[in-house]
Design a protein around this ligand. Structure first.
Ligand code: SAM
Length: 391
């Protein structure tokens, strides 16, 4: 079995390293390399070298015990090993029935986290230019460059993260068709993707506060999809903000590609840009829960931070007679994570009044899967656009 390691692995650990490193021993020699984890997972402490001789049972056992497998075998075999490990996780005895929707949600997230930990134990060494020096390894350099930025030395990453990078790279190339826009939006890695388009349809169909609206703010623009849609609806100038550098780059690219750069300004800001607008739109993350990794920040909004920030700042950023459009589903309510009363009292406490509400039923593929642990909440879910005005 060939065990030739790239030269860069033969370096010593450097406690002054500006990034996390992973250390392991192979045939009596200690190796150290940069550790990459977009989820912010710490480098595994126990690492063994593994190759094609390792059985799925042995790999699964090691991974469950927190031992990472530095893969030196055939790349395709590593992928199959990972699938076999995933099947073993799925075959495990069913969990005890959930006592409540909140219990089901917590159990589901715990199981997801455990699954991610176990499957994250198969590691792939990346060369200095992101190439992979393993047999039958595909060229993932472009996908890595898009997610990590320019290559700056050798590193180690979990195969699972690599697969995520490649999936995102494909989506970015292909784009997501947005019917209401009559165009495709190309999400970048780690940026909230408008795959569930029902909320976009709401923004497309709700009447503008007045036909003469000439300025709108899109708070937390992500891919820029809603800003683009508002431009398409004829609003002359849109200021779209986000605090995430990846979202800002993604929104700028989409706006440019759609030929809307003259109408839409993408700006880094914590929530609002300066000034007031007759229309302020915001689609915050819908679930008040702690993200387990930075890339979950577009889905989970701990303590309703963004939702509350938007509501609290809205009145001060609305032009007279203006409307704030809050897009949020009631999924959190069905899961027991937030009550309707809590949302209404946040609106009230922010000095706002509700001037209208449009609902739409999401077309969620998982909603038709009765085995999905969150099935009941998904079936009941309704997405709303709340039209808010200053009191
Ligand atoms: C659920 S995503 C919505 C993205 C996009 N508007 C859409 O509807 O597809 C929420 C977005 O808000 C951004 N965000 C979170 N906190 C923010 C803040 N304090 N200021 C600006 N943007 C923020 C996130 O980076 C993310 O892109």
């Amino acid at each position: 079995m060939p065990r030739t390691l790239p030269r860069f692995f033969f370096v010593t650990a450097d406690s002054l390293s500006p990034f996390p490193t992973i250390t392991w021993t192979d045939a009596g020699t200690t190796h150290t390399a940069r550790w990459r984890s977009e989820a912010g997972v710490a480098p595994p402490k126990r690492v063994v070298v593994a190759d094609d001789r390792m059985t799925a049972d042995a790999a699964y056992r090691q991974a469950c015990e927190g031992v990472a497998l530095m893969w030196h075998g055939d790349f395709h075999n590593a992928r199959q090993l990972l699938q076999a490990m995933a099947r073993r996780i799925d075959r495990k005895a069913p969990r005890k029935p959930a006592a409540s929707p909140l219990d089901a949600f917590n159990q589901h997230r715990q199981a997801q986290a455990q699954r991610a930990r176990t499957l994250g134990m198969v590691l792939i060494p990346l060369e200095a230019d992101y190439s992979i020096a393993l047999r039958r390894a595909p060229d993932m350099r472009e996908a890595c460059r898009e997610a990590y930025g320019p290559a700056d030395g050798p590193s180690v990453v979990s195969l699972r993260e690599l697969q995520g990078l490649v999936g995102a790279y494909e989506w970015r190339k292909k784009g997501v068709e947005i019917a209401a826009l009559g165009a495709r939006i190309h999400p970048h890695y780690g940026v909230f993707s408008p795959v569930r388009g029902e909320y976009v349809d709401l923004v497309a169909r709700v009447p503008l506060p007045s036909p003469s609206v000439d300025l709108a703010f899109d708070i937390g623009t992500g891919t820029g999809v809603l800003a683009a849609l508002l431009a398409k609806r004829g609003i002359k100038r849109i200021v779209a903000t986000d605090s995430d550098p990846r979202a800002l780059a993604c929104a700028r690219e989409n706006i440019e590609r759609l030929g809307l750069a003259a109408d839409v300004e993408v700006m880094e800001a914590d929530l609002f840009p300066p000034g007031r607008a007759p229309l302020v739109v915001c689609n915050p993350p819908w679930l008040p829960a702690r993200p387990s990794s930075p890339i979950e920040r577009a889905v989970y909004d701990p303590d309703n931070r963004m939702l509350r920030g938007f509501l609290d700042g809205l009145a001060a950023h609305l032009a007279p007679g203006g409307e704030g459009w809050l897009i949020v589903s009631d999924f959190a309510e069905h899961l027991g994570l937030r009550t309707r009363e809590a949302l209404l009292s946040m609106i009230e406490a922010a000095g706002l009044q509700i001037v209208g509400k449009e609902d739409i039923k999401p077309q969620h593929p998982k909603a038709s899967d009765p085995n999905d642990p969150l099935h009941r909440a998904r079936v009941a879910e309704v997405t709303s656009l709340w039209r808010l005005a200053a009191r």
